[in-house]
Design a protein around this ligand. Structure first.
Ligand SMILES: Nc1ncnc2c1ncn2[C@@H]1O[C@H](COP(=O)(O)OP(=O)(O)OP(=O)(O)O)[C@@H](O)[C@H]1O
Ligand SMILES: [Mg+2]
Length: 261
């Protein structure tokens, strides 16, 4: 049995008038890509935000590598080796690639005169950024270029690269292909797969509305509906049986709550 990198047990988050996430269990196994699917408002983003520290659960427990944790802020989550890429990416458009990758976590050059004269080590950061980018098969514009001139896919690739430099445990992505065209989506999906194969992180969680992307990328999928977990499907198992039509049907049935033949 593979070990669980993350386990959520009975997690609940309420807002006035809604239970965004209602008594949900989640397990993320080492080495897997887990997809979370469900209609708009199903509670997917709220669920992952409780792992990334952007939302604090009202009830329930979270375990990371078997230990109970208390994630009260994004910093807590980062310290646990969990990196989250939100849909809006949170990049700095007017800055270059290196600045975007290292913002908030700059390398500091210490010198003999003590703290007063410490400066950001731009050269080292640039080298690290180049090294990380050279590992991925993604065409990137010139390092000095402002990120606002990058394509959607290139921006997503920066966010993934940034996450990979700092994260050891888990990479979480909320709708990584939502804003992308067909070709860029394919490239970003390949990049995510590449990270998984290379074991750049232990496990990956991806939220997506695109069934084709989910089936192509993930090993397993958890389905949410109206705040509840309504099912989980072992995609690899269906792939072995080469029964994609049945898998799609089952997913749609779970997402909508309607049965299909
Ligand atoms: N900060 C908030 N305040 C009030 N209600 C919220 C808040 N965040 C989420 N909700 C509500 O909780 C429910 C779940 O929202 P959530 O964003 O998690 O859904 P989702 O599955 O990510 O949807 P989508 O696919 O549209 O991104 C929705 O009804 C939403 O309106
Ligand atoms: Mg969402």
């Amino acid at each position: 049995m593979t070990s669980k990198v993350i386990r959520m047990s009975g997690v609940t988050k309420r807002y006035v008038g809604t239970v965004a996430v209602d008594n949900v269990d989640l397990e993320l196994y080492e080495g897997e890509i887990l997809a979370i699917v469900g209609d708009n408002g199903a509670g997917k983003s709220t669920l992952i935000k409780m792992i990334s520290g952007a939302v604090i659960p009202d009830e329930g427990s979270i375990f990371v590598n078997g230990e109970k944790v208390n994630i009260k802020s994004p910093a807590d989550s980062l310290r646990l080796g969990i990196e989250t890429i939100y849909q809006d990416l949170a990049l700095y458009p007017a800055m270059d690639l290196t600045t975007n990758i290292f913002s908030g976590r700059e390398y500091i050059k210490h010198n003999l005169f003590g703290r007063l004269f410490n400066v950001v080590d731009k050269k080292k950061m640039k080298e690290e950024a180049q090294k990380a980018l050279s590992k991925i098969s993604f065409n990137m514009p010139w390092m000095k270029e402002k990120v606002e001139n990058f394509s959607g896919g290139q921006k997503q690739a920066i966010a993934i690269t940034r996450a990979n430099i700092f994260s050891k445990n888990v990479l979480i992505m909320d709708e990584p292909t939502a804003a992308l065209g067909v070709q860029e989506s394919v490239k970003v999906l390949e990049l995510i797969k590449e990270f998984s194969v290379r074991k750049a992180v232990k496990s990956i969680i991806v939220i997506s509305h695109n069934m084709e992307h989910v089936i192509g990328l993930a090993n397993r999928v958890i389905v949410m509906r109206r705040g509840r977990r309504v099912g989980a499907i072992d995609i690899d198992e269906y792939k072995k049986q080469d029964n994609m039509v049945k898998l799609q049907g089952k997913l749609v049935a779970l997402i909508t709550g309607l049965e299909f033949d």
